[in-house]
Write a protein that binds this ligand. Sequence first.
Ligand code: BTN
Length: 260
Amino acid sequence: MQTNGLQTLFTGQQVTVFKTVESTNTCLSNLLSQQRLPEGAVIMADEQTSGRGLANERWLSEAGKNLLMSVVFYPSFLSTQNLFMLSKAFSLGVYDCVKDLLTNSSENKFVKIKWPNDIYVGDKKLCGMLIENSIRNPNVNHTVLGIGLNVNEEDFPVALQNPVSLKMILGKELEMIACFTALCNALESRYLQLKAGHADQINEEYVSALFRFGEFHEYESNHGRFKAKLTAVADDGKIFLKRETGLIEKYDFKEVKFIF
Ligand code: BTN
């Protein structure tokens, strides 16, 4: 694979491309259970037969149209209490990359991170991330970062709530390889920022890139719908939602849904 423009030390320096796999995350995790791969090694595929999303959802993607990849990192510098920092750093990496790819688009200013780690453009989902950590107490042994970035797909299954692709936004097809190199460059830069101890900067930028931060919107929990404002993200990754009454509640990913 020609990767001109790749400016990384390790991310994307070793890439294995498959036509079809079950899931790039599963494939990479299976490989890691048999051998140690260099940090930044990537598994990519044109198509997944069982692409996986958050909360046991399936990840659907038309063959050959989108970027489906998984990357291994060894964040041994992170303790398990700080795992959500990885989610923040990688979300910012994808966010930076998308902002860059949409530089000349009027939609650029609508790029946001929807908690915990989706990339949205306006009210539409452009990219999802599945981060799977292997723990060796008290630290993280390895992390598999799976990314599904909608690049050239235009006909999404109706079952998907609000998908969008770069092609739909820009009105032109994009080179997959250009997206891949931009993504690897941006991910590594944020990962190294975290590794260098700049968590404060990452925290600050993550919050300012958050979708619907500080605004009242509808949410849904087990107890029904309510209006609230996202006011903060805790170190464990849970969000704080403040109701109009002033009541503040903390929610985990599985406990609350954004209503559109
Ligand atoms: C989500 O938003 O629910 C996360 C979706 C993550 C999808 C990507 S596609 C590449 C990698 N392999 C998978 O099986 N899942 C991730």
